[in-house]
Design a protein. Structure first.
Length: 241
């Protein structure tokens, strides 16, 4: 049997072809193996980035939730404070005034004008109302003409029952206006300026114990029931201004 051998160049091309084929398969595998750590690192980095972003988003959401809860808490507290203030004002309130204004007006004891209590009371009430300081004679000395304070000439303004008088006084003071009220004491009739109220639980059931007044006798601030009671004629004057 005769054997024929391949030419040398043919054998060389066969080897080259095999090497080329092997290389075409092995090189991508080698490159993949070589690049695998870098790819893995990038994947890990991306995962870390996503985790960090998620944590940031979660933190932002958490912070927003906390802020919303805090705002709601502040609003709730504010509502409670307002309700407490309104409740307090409905039970206790004294209109502000400058004691120097009352001192400038004077009083009955200083002037000796023993029958000018309504004129002094009106003068005090105007000072409390808006800081206007009038001499008591502005309202006419001796026989008060109720200048700016209702009534007709020297006529009294009559409201009705004692309950209606005090309810009107409460409502007027609540709106920032004092009233001049007819009372009685050991020396007969008297007029005082009601400028506040206290310890009110029911505005429809009040007594002079619930009211703060300025007393024309000496210009002092007193509890209205201190030596006084309503005169009983339902008379009370309110500002026309």
């Amino acid at each position: 049997m005769t054997y024929f051998s391949k030419p040398a160049h043919a054998a060389a091309w066969s080897v080259r072809d095999s090497i080329s084929r092997i290389t075409s398969v092995a090189l991508p595998v080698a490159l993949s193996i070589a690049l695998l750590p870098l790819f893995t690192a990038n994947v890990a980095l991306a995962a870390d980035a996503n985790l960090a972003a998620g944590q940031i988003n979660q933190t932002a959401v958490s912070d927003a939730t906390v802020q919303t809860a805090q705002i709601e808490q502040v609003e709730e507290i504010s509502t409670q404070v307002v309700e407490q203030l309104e409740s307090s004002l409905s039970a206790n309130m004294v209109l502000p005034y400058d004691p120097a204004d009352i001192a400038a007006i004077g009083n009955q004891n200083e002037s000796g004008h023993t029958i000018c209590c309504p004129s002094y009371a009106c003068a005090y009430a105007d000072a409390v109302l808006d800081g206007t300081v009038n001499d008591h004679s502005y309202y006419t000395c001796s026989c008060c003409m109720w200048q700016d304070w209702g009534g007709g000439g020297s006529s009294y303004r009559c409201v009705g029952s004692d309950e209606e008088v005090l309810r009107e006084a409460y409502d007027q003071i609540s709106s920032g206006k004092p009233v001049v009220t007819h009372v009685s004491w050991e020396y007969g009739e008297h007029w005082i300026a009601l400028i506040g109220y206290q310890n009110v639980t029911d505005p429809d059931h009040l007594t002079l114990d619930n009211f703060i007044a300025l007393n024309p006798s000496d210009g002092a601030q007193i509890v209205a029931s201190s030596g006084y009671s309503l005169y009983g004629d339902g008379c009370q004057h309110v500002s026309e201004r």
